[in-house]
Each structure stands twice: as structure tokens, then as C-alpha cells.
Design a protein around this ligand. Structure first.
Ligand SMILES: Nc1ncnc2c1ncn2[C@@H]1O[C@H](COP(=O)(O)OP(=O)(O)O)[C@@H](O)[C@H]1O
Ligand SMILES: [Mg+2]
Length: 330
């Protein structure tokens, strides 16, 4: 139910011609309704707000149009929307990681069926692992496979030094997520939910963390809240309990190295490759680095007017990537 405060805000903003405030309050009401299980009322409100906006701005606002950035309203300055058509088959993953993603997709695809039995699909997911192992790619794949928009939260613009502003922005994102089904991706979430320690125990950061924890606690909506981190050890332990599923990414095994290179260079021709040597050369490199090395090798071959990629091409490209990594990791 709308509170007196909200009704007053609606009337005032209407009288003052303050469209921004009017839609913000209306969306807040829709989000509240969604959380109270009144999903039909929530989506009616959401449609009314969308059509009001589109008639005002003459903008396309259907959630499946790539031009919807502006329909995000207030949150458009810190959330970007995209419509990736990435597929799970494009990623090289361990059986375990692939299995977890497949299960997540299946639960979402069968969510009505699960709900009939009083069960909810997993909706709060944390991706953990070193840089370049496929976490951001997985966000794109989940959106692509489920045919849902990917809302990427730009945390660097969410976090503000002004009292209360970060929490207010987070609330606006979670309100939006409650009524617009999609994948909400909080990349490098450690920026937001870092552990409380003696040094960083600043009042404002504590408030930000506790409001984030509170939003994460809210009943699952139709959306998926996806977070990723390279530094799980920095996260506040209380955050882990908020996730239904934690997926851990790692470096590829030798079969993975071979698949990464072959997938990336699907159109290239190879001479006989000594894969066991290549796997040794790729030891400890991330999938991202291996893909880049594969591309370097293919470019070398083209630029020197040759046709086939050799073991030597791949080997030296991997060595080059490793030297860059060692140089910058210092
Ligand atoms: N598991 C993977 N399978 C295939 N390609 C990958 C994988 N991980 C990373 N890549 C490649 O590296 C790039 C960067 O990976 P990304 O998903 O951004 O890593 P992360 O978010 O874990 O740092 C991707 O665009 C993709 O080309
Ligand atoms: Mg990433």
C-alpha cells in the first residue's frame, strides 16, 4: 500500500510538473508492490510509467529495444543496459562451473514450474576467481541464454563520498530490479562490500555495506542479482550468506588450453601442433591471456605472409604474454 508520504509526493510532483520525482515515486510504489507479491499490479504500474515516459519523450521504452538506456530513468547514470547474444558454448569452463551455470539457467527457464511447487529459482549468484577467467563473460552468457537485458552496475559511479548517496543509488537499482526482469551485474563487488576492519571502519562505508546486505536479503524478484569478485577474501563474511549460489572460476587444464586456442582460431589452419608443449607454455596463464596470445600468433602468421600457425608461433606468443604479465604483476 502507498504510504501517505508517497501519495503526497505524487500529488506535489504532479502539481509542480516535476516528472522526474513523479516517476521515481511511481516506480518506488511498483517495486514495493512487486516485493509484496502483487506482481500484476506492479507490472501495470511499470507499464503506465513507461508509456507516460515514452509519450513525453517520444522514446522507445520497450525493455527489449537496444535503445532503452534512457528508459532507466534516474539510474541511467550508473547502470548500463545491453542485450548480449553470447552463448554458453563460447566459454571454455571446467565441468563443475559449466554444470552450475546450466543448472542456474534451467531453474530460471523452469521458474513457473518451480513456483507451482512452492520453490524459487536461485537468483543471487556470486562469481569468484582470478582476473580473465570468464566472470564478466558469464554475465553476458546468462543474459544471452535467457534472452534478458544485462544491467551492468558501474560501481565507480555508484559509490559517492556524500552521506547516504551510495545507499540511495543502491536502493534505486534494487527497486528497478524488482520490476524490470533482467540480469543485474555488480562487477568487482568488493568495492562495495569490503570487510569491516579497524582501518576502514568509517561510518559511511558501514552504512553502505549494511544497506547492500539488506537489499540482498530481500525476497527474490524475477531478476537475477549477479556479483563478481577477484578478491573474495576482502568481502564481508555476512555477504556470502546472501548468495544462493557461488561459482568458482579457475585456470584451465591442458584440455582447456587447447580448446581456448582452437575456439579462438576456429577459422585458422594449423600445422601439426605439439599441444603438450603449448600447455606447458600456457601454465598459469588465464583464459583471457591465452586467447590474446592465440590472436597474436594468428596475426604474426598473416603479417609474415604465411598460411599455417605453428607450435613456434603459439609458443612465442604465449611467452610474450607471460613476460607482460610478470612485468606488470610486480
Ligand atoms: N572461460 C573462458 N572461456 C573462453 N574465453 C574466455 C574465458 N575467460 C576469459 N575469456 C576471454 O577473455 C576475455 C576477458 O574475460 P572476462 O570474462 O572479462 O574475465 P573476468 O571477468 O573473469 O576478468 C573474454 O572476453 C574472453 O575473450
Ligand atoms: Mg570481469
Amino acid at each position: 500500500m502507498a504510504t501517505q508520504e508517497q501519495i503526497r509526493a505524487l500529488l506535489e510532483s504532479h502539481a509542480e510538473g516535476d516528472d522526474k520525482r513523479f516517476t521515481a515515486v511511481a516506480l518506488q510504489l511498483a517495486a514495493q508492490a512487486a516485493r509484496n507479491g502483487q506482481s500484476r499490479f506492479a507490472s501495470e504500474l511499470k507499464h503506465l510509467v513507461d508509456s507516460m515516459r515514452s509519450s513525453k519523450n517520444n522514446l522507445k521504452t520497450t525493455t527489449l529495444d537496444p535503445d532503452v538506456q534512457s528508459s532507466l530513468g534516474d539510474i541511467s547514470s550508473y547502470v548500463s543496459v545491453s542485450f548480449p547474444n553470447a552463448k554458453l558454448s563460447e566459454l571454455v569452463l571446467s565441468e563443475q562451473v559449466r554444470g552450475s551455470i546450466q543448472r542456474l539457467l534451467l531453474e530460471q527457464q523452469q521458474r513457473d514450474n518451480l513456483k507451482l511447487h512452492g520453490l524459487c529459482p536461485d537468483s543471487h549468484v556470486l562469481l569468484v576467481g582470478p582476473p580473465g577467467t570468464g566472470k564478466t563473460s558469464t554475465a553476458r552468457v546468462i543474459a544471452g541464454e535467457l534472452n534478458l537485458p544485462l544491467y551492468t552496475v558501474r560501481l565507480e559511479t555508484v559509490i559517492s563520498k556524500y552521506m547516504g548517496e551510495t545507499a540511495a543509488k543502491l536502493k534505486a537499482i534494487f527497486d528497478f530490479a524488482a520490476i524490470s526482469r533482467g540480469i543485474y551485474f555488480f562487477d568487482e563487488v568488493d568495492a562495495l562490500a569490503v570487510k569491516r576492519t579497524a582501518e576502514n571502519d568509517v561510518g559511511e562505508m558501514r552504512r553502505v555495506l549494511s544497506s547492500f546486505l539488506q537489499f540482498m536479503e530481500e525476497e527474490a524478484t524475477e531478476s537475477i542479482i549477479l556479483a563478481a569478485t577477484n578478491n573474495p577474501q576482502l568481502l564481508d563474511p555476512a555477504l556470502f550468506r546472501r548468495f544462493d549460489l557461488i561459482i568458482e572460476y579457475g585456470l584451465p587444464d591442458s584440455k582447456g588450453v587447447k580448446s581456448l586456442i582452437q575456439n579462438r582460431l576456429a577459422n585458422a589452419s594449423f600445422s601439426r601442433i605439439a599441444w603438450s608443449k603449448i600447455c606447458e607454455d600456457a601454465f598459469n596463464l588465464s583464459p583471457a591471456e591465452i586467447c590474446l596470445a592465440a590472436e597474436d600468433a594468428a596475426k604474426d602468421v598473416i603479417l609474415s605472409g604465411r598460411e599455417k600457425i605453428t607450435t613456434e608461433d603459439l609458443s612465442s606468443a604465449l611467452a610474450h604474454r607471460r613476460s607482460i604479465m610478470i612485468h606488470y604483476a610486480k
